[in-house]
Structures are given as C-alpha cells and as structure tokens.
Design a protein around this ligand. Structure first.
Ligand SMILES: C[S@@+](CC[C@H](N)C(=O)[O-])C[C@H]1O[C@@H](n2cnc3c(N)ncnc32)[C@H](O)[C@@H]1O
Length: 328
C-alpha cells in the first residue's frame, strides 16, 4: 500500500468498480485541470470487439456475439465495411502489445499492470488468468464501458471474479484519477503501464501530459511504459491509402472522425521518427519490438493473397511496440 488519500470521488461502487472520476449515478467530479471531454472517443472502442472475433484468441468470439458487436459496428459505421480492412493491422497491434506485456511479466513475475483506455480489450482477463501472481488494474474513461465490460467478463466469459483483476473508471490525463486507481498498488512491485488505441486521439499537449503522468508513476514504482500507439501515424495512413479502401475512402475517414468527434490530423503522431523524437524529448529511453505478421484474420476474414502480402509488408515496416523507460 502506498498510503495515498482516498479522495471523496474515489468510490468503490456496489458493482465492485472503482470510480476515480465519475460514476454513472453521480455528478461528474469537477476537474482542476480543465480536461476536455472524451465521450465520443469512447465510441471507438466498440468496433474492436467485432474485430477481435477474427483474431483466434480466447473469449473474443463469444464476447462479440454476446454484445452483438457486428450489428452495433454496422450501426456506427453505416453500411460501409471499409473499416474491416484494418482488422489485420489491429490484430498485429493487439498481439504485438500482448506479446510485449507477456515478455515483461515473465521478466518481472511480481509485476502490477495498469492498462489505460482499455475499452473492451481482453488483455486483462487473459493475462490475469494466465499469471495469477500479477495484479492487473484495467481502466477506461467511460463508466458505461467499464460497467459493461466487468459484467460480461465476470458473469459470462470467465464466469468468476479473478482476485487479481480490477476494473476502474478514470481519465488517463488526470493524475489524481490515476493515483486513485493505484491507491492500493504496492510501490515495492514494478508497474507496467499499457495503452493501445489512445494516443491517436491526443493532441501534442495531451501526449505530453500523459508522458508526464507515466514518468511520475515510473518514479513512484520501478516501471515501464508499453504502447503500440505510435505505429499508426499520419505517414502510415497515407501509405495505407495507396492500397486500402479504408484509408483512401474520404467518406469512411469522415465517418470515423464523426464517431470520435475529432480530426485525425490534429492528433496522434505524424511519423515514427516524430514519435521517437517526442519520446526522447520527454526524457524516455526507447526500445522497439516488432508486431507479428502471422495473423489469424488473414484467413478467418478471407483477405486476398495480394492484400495479405501488402498488409504484411506494411506491418513489417510500421508495426512496432514501444517500450519506454524514464531516465530517472
Ligand atoms: C479506440 S478505443 C481502444 C480501446 C481498447 N484499448 C482496444 O484496443 O480495444 C479508445 C479508448 O480510449 C478511451 N479513452 C479516450 N480518452 C481517454 C482518456 N482521456 N482516458 C482514458 N481513456 C480514454 C475510450 O473510452 C476508448 O475506450
């Protein structure tokens, strides 16, 4: 225990979820930091439930069926299925991130993991079940997401509560909210911080804020930050536009921006080089590991051999996971 104060809004709800910020039945906590609203970005988590049903991983198919994810993804994107071309890219990101997390968990068997912007991802359920000695805190901005996720994982997928898997609601850009989530974490155990699919929605100032919060956590715990997020840069989107409908179709991109309520080009990273320069400027040491290209969705979705080759080349060139450590 690190003895942090429990602020009044840090409440363990009747549903067993830690609300670091807002619970569905309370007034939003006033933010000292004037943080913006991310509810529209929260809608982007849903299609990934459907995408994961093509990855050949435990629980994903069942979760997608139980949550009616295919239909709901169609409702969000309309009839246009261009977004489905990104499924292998998302699979490589998901599996690359999980491989990196697993490698570090094996290196630090008593690790604690904080997943930010976890959405409906299954990393927490999978890793907490496979490695009972770790402590996994999964969190997201959206209380609705966390409530629905906890319910489907515990009552339908695992059919039990894992003692080492906790669900919390919190804003990755709000240090008080993050400290609340980790109030029970052990500062003598290393902390792995993971985020996937978050930084593409952050402005430059917000990325700096996130880096500062995670560096503080690295000071508090011995820790490592793991993220595949810089892999999806503006430069990569331009390259994908040369051979995929998803990125070349202006209507699709417009719809995706409407869903998230913000423009791609004003957020995220411009290029891999830009991302490396950003992390170096924040005093972080960078290591990168490749994302896999032996992907289940190539077959299960039924992509053409030509598309499989082009996507594999793209992933080899751009698909990486960043392992970041502060120069303390
Ligand atoms: C594209 S989804 C990715 C979800 C999940 N990681 C996955 O890969 O399936 C983006 C997620 O970021 C969350 N999010 C957006 N802004 C956030 C913030 N400031 N703090 C925490 N989570 C945030 C959203 O609620 C949403 O679940």
């Amino acid at each position: 225990m690190n003895g942090l104060d429990l602020t009044p809004w840090k409440r363990l709800g009747r549903d067993g979820i830690l609300y670091a910020m807002n619970s569905p039945d309370s007034e939003p906590r006033p933010s000292k930091n004037e943080l913006r609203e991310f509810s529209k970005v929260s809608r982007t988590a849903f299609p990934h439930i459907y995408f994961r049903s093509f990855y050949g991983i435990p629980y994903a198919d069942e979760m997608s069926r139980l949550m009616d994810a295919k239909e709901k993804t169609k409702e969000l994107h309309g009839k246009d299925t261009a977004h489905e071309e990104t499924i292998p890219i998302m699979e490589a990101r998901y599996k690359g991130g999980e491989m990196a997390l697993e490698k570090l968990i094996q290196q630090y068997p008593n690790a604690q993991v904080l997943e930010l912007a976890a959405g409906f991802s299954l990393h927490g359920a999978t890793l907490a079940e496979k490695y009972p000695e770790i402590e996994y805190f999964e969190s997201d901005y959206s209380p609705e997401t966390i409530v629905a996720k906890k319910d489907v994982i515990e009552s339908q997928l695992l059919k039990r509560k894992l003692p080492n898997l906790r669900f919390a609601q919190g804003n990755a850009l709000d240090e008080e909210s993050i400290q609340s989530i980790l109030a029970d974490a052990d500062t003598h155990r290393p902390l792995l911080v993971y985020n996937e699919g978050l930084m593409a929605y952050l402005s430059d100032a917000e990325k700096e804020k996130l880096a500062a919060i995670i560096k503080d956590l690295q000071r508090q715990f011995r820790g490592i930050w793991i993220t595949p997020d810089p892999a999806m840069s503006a430069e990569r989107r331009d390259r994908l536009a040369t051979f995929t409908k998803s990125m070349s179709n202006k209507g699709f991109l417009k719809r995706a921006e409407e869903i998230a309520g913000q423009k791609y080009d004003d957020h995220g990273f411009k290029s891999e080089k830009g991302a490396d320069e950003f992390f170096a400027s924040q005093g972080l040491q960078i290591e990168k590991i490749p994302q896999p290209t032996n992907l289940h969705s190539f077959e299960s979705y039924g992509f053409s051999p030509e598309m499989i080759q082009q996507l594999s080349e793209d992933i080899r060139e751009y698909g990486k996971v960043w392992i970041l450590k502060a120069n303390l």
